[in-house]
Design a protein around this ligand. Structure first.
Ligand SMILES: *Cc1c(COP(=O)(O)O)cnc(C)c1O
Length: 393
């Protein structure tokens, strides 16, 4: 493997079919790879920055247009770029949550949601999932009522994962948002696994904020992401600086407080912008991605004892599976223990499943071709067969 200084060159996406849950939607497009090289130097997108000196006003490269297009694409009022979905949560929470405020979130939420609430001084209050690992409108309403009774105040914010990272289940956002709005609780849609992979219409979903991850789902380098808000909340979330220096009297124009002026000033911005046309196009192919997901899921269930823990039929490319009664049985006696599984897949050019894991694991088939999908499906069955597990079909 070639080295870059003391660092190994990364070749995994060229050499393997990588089904790692987090990597699939973040692989760069060829355009983004080119843009990243071209804009590799420091503050590269700022060459032509002119008054009022803000990232979202830059015309060359076309960052101003990008901001407008992202908002339109999501059917929201205005959009900003942030270094990761987590920084989007932070921007919203810091604007709306006061110390001691209860904040509603899904019990399937990602740690970054909890920590952003913590940073704002809020108290995370979880909506229980139902027996199907779904967050429902009913449970949302019940939780909000319970929280209002306990804290004697209306939660200033609710987070809801469009597709949760644990099961890859798609939740009833329309119903959940409606329930929250009945209590005047604004709704933040966590689209880390959906913005850039699935079509999204913020108005139709009825949400107030949408947060997306560039490096998880928009074919962009890390750290990058977007936050979009309705016109109603634009001034509240993206309010501008009011302070001045007490000695110098200096003021700072229209820098937005939550963005700290500017956020993605170089290669990450270039990558996000360069991939965007392809990203807009690829969300229209979501049905094909889901079909691919089903092909692999069906192959896994052909292996005796394997249980799909996610919704099946699948509605997303991220899937959680229980192989305690299949691949894990082999691990009990195999000389490589659980490592035989990832090793056998690796030999077939497949990586991204945590080495040693044979009990409960996740994979993501997003972006695979038809051929790669079928190859992956056949490979799971082949590894089962060569280890003596019964496989149907
Ligand atoms: C990955 C992920 C995040 C964090 O995204 P970043 O862009 O890395 O900050 C948040 N929520 C969910 C559900 C995720 O899967």
């Amino acid at each position: 493997m070639p080295n870059i200084g003391k660092m190994e060159a990364r070749e995994i996406e060229e050499l393997f079919i990588n089904v790692s849950p987090t990597q699939a939607g973040g692989r760069l497009t060829p355009e983004a790879q080119k843009a990243v090289l071209s804009y590799s130097d420091g503050y590269s997108v700022c060459d032509n920055c002119v008054r009022p000196f803000r990232l979202d006003y830059i015309k060359k490269p076309a960052l101003a247009d990008f901001h407008v297009e992202v908002a339109e694409w999501l059917n929201m009022g205005i959009a900003r770029v942030v270094p990761g979905a987590r920084r989007g949560f932070q921007a919203i929470a810091n604007s709306l949550v006061e110390k001691g405020d209860p904040v509603i979130l899904s019990s399937l939420a990602h740690y970054t949601e909890y920590v952003s609430i913590e940073q704002a001084g809020g108290i995370p209050c979880e909506i229980p999932k139902n027996e199907k690992n779904h967050i429902t409108a009913e449970n949302t309403a019940a939780k909000i009522e319970e929280v209002i009774a306990k804290y004697k105040k209306t939660p200033p914010l609710m987070y809801i994962d469009h597709v949760d990272y644990q099961f890859g289940n798609l939740h009833d956002i329309e119903g959940i948002a409606k329930a929250a709005h009945k209590y005047d609780v604004p709704v933040l849609l966590n689209g880390a696994y959906t913005v850039g992979t699935m079509p999204i219409d913020g108005k139709k979903l009825g949400v107030d904020f949408i947060v997306g991850s560039g490096h998880k789902s928009m074919a962009a380098p890390a750290p990058s992401g977007i936050v979009a808000v309705t016109d109603e909340y634009a001034d509240k979330i993206f309010n501008t600086t009011k302070v001045s220096g007490d000695v110098t009297g200096r003021k700072f124009g229209i820098k937005e407080i939550q963005i700290i002026g500017c956020s993605l000033m170089g290669a990450t911005m270039a990558g996000l912008v360069a991939s965007f046309p392809a990203v807009k196009k690829r969300v229209e192919n979501w049905d094909t991605e889901v079909k691919h997901s089903q092909i692999v899921t069906d192959a896994l269930t052909d292996i005796d004892g394997t249980v799909i823990l996610s919704d099946n039929p699948r509605q997303h490319t991220l899937t959680r599976v229980n192989t305690k009664d299949s691949f894990d049985k082999v691990a009990e006696t195999h000389k490589k223990k659980g490592y035989y599984f990832s090793a056998a897949l690796r030999k077939r050019g497949i990586c991204g499943i945590i080495p040693g894991t044979t009990r409960i694991w996740k994979y993501n088939v997003y972006g695979l071709t038809d051929r790669q999908t079928n190859y992956l499906a056949e490979s799971f069955k082949a590894v089962a067969e060569e280890n003596g597990l019964p496989v149907s079909n």
